[in-house]
Design a protein around this ligand. Sequence first.
Ligand SMILES: Nc1ncnc2c1ncn2[C@@H]1O[C@H](COP(=O)(O)OP(=O)(O)OP(=O)(O)O)[C@@H](O)[C@H]1O
Ligand SMILES: [Mg+2]
Length: 138
Amino acid sequence: MERVESGSAAETEALGARVAARLAPGDVVVVSGEVGAGKTTLIRGACRALGIEEPVTSPTFTIGQRYRGGRLPVSHLDLYRLENLEGEDPALIDDYLGADGVAFVEWPAAGEGRLGRPALEIRLRHEDEQHRVIEIDW
Ligand SMILES: Nc1ncnc2c1ncn2[C@@H]1O[C@H](COP(=O)(O)OP(=O)(O)OP(=O)(O)O)[C@@H](O)[C@H]1O
Ligand SMILES: [Mg+2]
């Protein structure tokens, strides 16, 4: 387990780039931590490093988003609403997982049993306004 302290969103994005360098087709990366901890920020950094240029924001009206045009196809899931039992079908998760791409999953608890064994687990937490502690199980 590696523990990193990040002092800015840019540093968290840079850590995301390090994560991206390790990824191979079929990998699932679970990213947990409270609201505003920087999960989407880290995933954005990973997507940028993979060559994805479109905006990377948390999906709002669906559980997931797909990004093409990078080194690998990427799915970005946010299961917050699933976790809080607001009407999405857990089977929808399966559509976002594939052997040819990688998937990042925010709020992964609701996907338990469907996500398979994650290639990487990342946890973020607030220290203060600008600082985050980030733990990665490589
Ligand atoms: N060191 C840091 N690392 C990451 N984000 C930071 C840091 N310092 C400040 N921030 C800010 O904190 C916010 C993190 O938001 P982000 O959307 O990444 O969080 P999240 O964990 O995905 O939240 P949610 O659970 O709502 O999806 C951003 O506004 C970002 O600019
Ligand atoms: Mg988010």
